[in-house]
Design a protein around this ligand. Structure first.
Ligand code: 6LW
Length: 563
């Protein structure tokens, strides 16, 4: 039976929401403090996804400066009604919902409206359009009584984009004491089905449900809850933290759900919460998740619309990267060099290695105009500028170091494979030791590593590996470099991240150090996000006229070794 690979969207894409318009599926995910915000993807078969845009793609829409990296834009919901797309989401500050807003568009590719604030407390807003044309917003908040959390609802006046009427408390969850969140409402055969997440977004995460004959309730707990969880599946299970689901039907009447999950190794994960696809069927009681196995699987049977559409098997075998639009396979990353000066060969078409042969995971030579590239807490545009052909970057040194909660001179993309290689050729001449520019493996403003060009106290150019943890930066290793132009590399695998430097004229790479993989894990750093790989430049609190030139950047997945 033809199958597809999960996660359908690898890397840090948590809290996915999905809707269908005709034969087109649209999906949005949380984006926290990364800019632009709320990535929006399109698919015709639920398996292969292509990013269309970001819903929050203009400066100044929301204030992210000052926020911890895991605060910011949380858990959106996308719905379509009467020719209009709606996205509701919450700006979280100090892990609390501070502003819930709605944005709209006629075309999912944009332009999207500016955020319209809603008088809504809590987090995880969702929209439900009832048969009578009324629209209801649901969300979760601290419980007024009992709890700890509760789901509530108010009507949304679509003309004024304003919440109206009374607040209805719907439900406090199936598993008392486990914080109920991420509500979504569906109607089937006159019954309202409320689906939620419980247990928190870590190992006890789960999907629970309640139902009612009236939209405003009362809602009765579905005794089958939890309907989906991996909390009981033990360390041998490759997927964990499953929960936070949104359901969608296909044009041929099949139902599927997107849910988040992580792929831990030895109990820790670095890629963040990813998007998994799971089949759903319905009974009179409600939805049945993964009816065949009761679990989310790395390899799952294809939606019938996918097999119907497949021009040959869309489920590309694991690890085979597409290197060009015509899908021929790229050789695994060449650790030595593949160009005359250690540069990889000039790129032909943009290469992708989505799990199912789609463009969900851009690989190869970077095009810095690509949608996969994000800055932190706002546009870095005035300091970080792609070159004319998009293959390089000019980065003006910013006072803000990566440890700040401002807008550092940083541009990064999600790590989307545990085994990967990232390399860059960079030119920078520091004038003093506080000036640096280079590669970053970024998990959190207080939890990251940098491999950068700088100078020592005598002005000698050197490449330095620095690790920051819990507010302290520690130099791990350094090597003098003869010129201001070097190749920097970081390779990751199940064991760790290896940092290397190469002088363009030298034959060999110099390995500086390897940092254990779990250092970059969410379990170690805390928060809600996964690893970003990026380029940055800072003068560590000082003003500087310094500028770094990134000649190219390359990201390649390593074929996952079977077993
Ligand atoms: C999201 C909520 C959650 O809003 O984490 O732990 C938040 N659960 O559902 C951020 O991803």
């Amino acid at each position: 039976m033809p199958a597809f690979r999960n996660p359908v969207l690898p890397g840090c894409y948590p809290d996915a929401s999905i809707c269908r318009v005709g034969e087109d599926f649209y999906l949005v995910t949380s984006s926290f403090t990364y800019f632009p915000g709320l990535p929006l993807f399109h698919s015709r078969d639920l398996v292969r996804w292509r990013q269309l845009t970001h819903v929050l793609d203009r400066p100044g829409l929301l204030t992210l400066e000052g926020l911890d990296v895991s605060d910011g834009v949380w858990a959106p919901t996308i719905r379509h009604h009467d020719g209009t797309f709606y996205v509701v989401s919450t700006l979280a500050v100090n892990r609390q919902g501070s502003l819930t807003f709605v944005v709209t568009a006629d075309d999912p590719a944009g332009p999207w409206s500016d955020p319209v604030p809603l008088e809504a407390e809590g987090i995880d807003p969702s929209l439900f359009f009832d048969d009578d044309g009324r629209c209801w917003l649901t969300a979760c908040r601290d419980a007024v009584q009992g709890g700890p959390g509760e789901l509530w609802m108010r009507e949304l006046d679509l003309d004024r984009l304003k919440l109206v009427g009374p607040t209805h408390v719907l439900w406090q969850g199936a598993v008392r004491g486990a914080w109920v969140e991420a509500p979504h409402l569906y109607k089937r055969n006159g019954v309202y089905h409320l689906i939620a997440a419980e247990g928190g977004t870590e190992s006890n995460h789960s999907v629970t449900a309640a139902r009612s004959g009236t939209v405003t309730g009362p809602y009765v707990t579905d005794p089958r809850s939890p309907l989906l969880t991996h909390r009981h599946r033990g360390p041998g299970e490759p997927i964990h933290n499953v929960g936070h689901a949104d359901l969608v039907d296909t044009p041929v009447g099949e139902w599927w759900a997107v849910t988040l999950g992580v792929r831990p190794i030895a109990g820790t994960h670095t890629l963040g919460r990813e998007v998994f696809l799971v089949p759903v069927t319905w009974t009179a009681h409600g939805p049945v998740f993964a009816p065949e196995t009761g679990a989310v699987r790395l390899s799952e049977r294809l939606p019938s619309i996918a097999s119907a559409q497949s021009d040959g098997d869309p489920a590309t075998p694991a690890g085979q990267a597409h290197s060009g639009p015509d899908g021929d396979t790229a050789a695994p990353i060449d650790r030595t060099h593949s160009g005359p000066n250690g540069d990889p060969a000039a790129p032909s078409g943009r290469a992708h290695s989505g799990p199912n042969g789609d463009t969900a995971a851009p690989i190869g030579r970077a095009h810095f105009g690509g949608l996969e590239w994000n800055s932190l807490r706002g546009p870095a545009g005035d300091r970080v500028r792609p070159t004319a052909d998009g293959s390089g970057l000019d980065i003006d040194l910013a006072p803000e170091p990566l440890s700040s909660t401002g807008v550092p001179a940083f541009l990064g993309r999600r790590q989307q494979h545990v085994r990967f290689g990232a390399r860059t050729r960079i030119s920078f001449a520091a004038t003093r030791p506080s000036e640096e520019a280079g590669l970053a493996v970024f998990q959190h403003q207080d939890h990251h590593a940098t491999l950068a060009l700088t100078v020592d106290a005598d002005g000698q150019a050197q490449a330095v590996l620095t690790v920051r943890e819990a507010g302290t930066s520690t130099r791990q290793a350094s090597v003098p470099v003869s010129t201001g132009e070097v190749l920097l590399a970081v390779d990751g695998d199940e064991a760790g991240y290896t940092f290397r430097v190469k002088d363009p004229t030298a034959a060999q790479w110099i390995s500086l150090a390897r940092i254990e993989r779990s250092f970059f894990s969410t379990e170690r750093a805390g928060g809600f996000v996964g690893v970003y790989l990026g380029l940055y430049a800072t003068a560590n609190g000082h003003a500087s006229a310094g500028r770094a030139r990134v000649h190219w950047f390359e990201y390649q997945p390593e074929p996952e070794t079977a077993g």
